[in-house]
Design a protein around this ligand. Sequence first.
Ligand code: NAP
Length: 301
Amino acid sequence: MAARLIDGKAIAAEIRGDVAARVAALAGTGVTPGLAVVLVGEDPASQVYVRMKTRACEEAGIVARDITPPADISQAELLGIVDELNADSSVHGILVQLPLPGHLDETEVTERIDPSKDVDGFHPVNQGRMAQGDRDAFRPATPAGVQELIKRTGVDTSGAHVVIVGRSNIVGMPMSSILLQKEEGANATVTVAHSRTKDLAAVTRLAEILIVAVGRPEMIRGDMVREGAVVIDVGVNRVEDASSERGYRLVGDVAFDEAAERASWITPVPGGVGPMTIAMLLQNTVTAAERVGSALEPTAV
Ligand code: NAP
C-alpha cells in the first residue's frame, strides 16, 4: 500500500476533546448543552446510530434526550414533538433521525425545526445561508467532517480539483457547496458526478481530491483513481461475509486495496468519515448552546 491512512477515529477524538472543553467552559455560565434525538420506529441501523450519538454526547458532557415515538405516529403528532422541543430552552440541538417511515413528510418535519437548533444542518435556511457563504450557518455533519479531515491532514484544497461522486442533499450537494467557499479548507475547483455522468472513470481520474458518497460497495476501482490523489470514502455498505461472526462486514464505496496503491492519502471504512460525523454533530450542538449562553449575558451599556 502506497497511501497513508487518514485516521478519522483519532481526528474525531481530538474534536470531541475540544467539544468537551467547550462544554466545561459553558458549565461556568450555568448552561449545559442539550441535544434531543427523535427516532421514529425501531429501524435497527438507526437505533445503532442513535445509541452511538447518545454515548458520544454523554462522554462530552452534553445531555442527550432520546425521544422514540412508535412507527405509526401521525405527521401532526411528530410536528407537535418538534414544536415542544423548539420551545424547550434546555434543548439546544434537535435531530430527527432520517429516513422516516413512508407515511411521514420528511421535508415538512425538517423545516419545522427551529433553524437555530438545526444541528443536523438540513433546514433549507441553513443550507441556503451556507451556500451563500454565511459561516454561522449550521453545516451538515458528514460533509463538514470531510472538510475537517482534509484540513487536519494538511492537504491544501485551494485551487485543487475536487471530484465528488454523489449529489445527495445530505452529503454530495452540501459537500460541493462547502468546498467552493472562499475560506481555509475550501477554495477548490469542484466537479460533482452522479448516476447520469458519462464516463465516470475519466472524471474521477481528474481528481486531486476524490470524495465518494454513492452507497455502492467498492464501486470506485483502483484504475479510476489518479496517481497521488487524496481519497475520501463516505460510503458505508454491508456485504455478506460468512467468515465474520455477524455474517457481514462493512465496506466503503471505494475498493480500498486497489485505490490505496495509487492514492497518497485514503480514509478507511470503518474508521474514516463515520466517526467525524458524530464529532461534528457534537460541535454544532455546543455551538448552538454557546450562542444561547451568550445571548443570555447582560448587554453592556
Ligand atoms: P444517496 O442519497 O443514495 O445518494 C447517492 C448518490 O450517488 C446519488 O447522487 C446518485 O446519483 C449517485 N450514484 C448512484 N449510483 C451511481 C453511479 N453508478 N455512478 C455515479 N453516481 C451514482 O446516498 P447518500 O445518503 O449520499 O449516502 C451515500 C453513502 O454514504 C452511503 O453508503 C451512506 O451509507 C454513506 N453515508 C455515510 C455517512 C457517514 O457518516 N459515514 C453519512 C451519510 C451517508 P443520482 O443523484 O443521479 O441518483
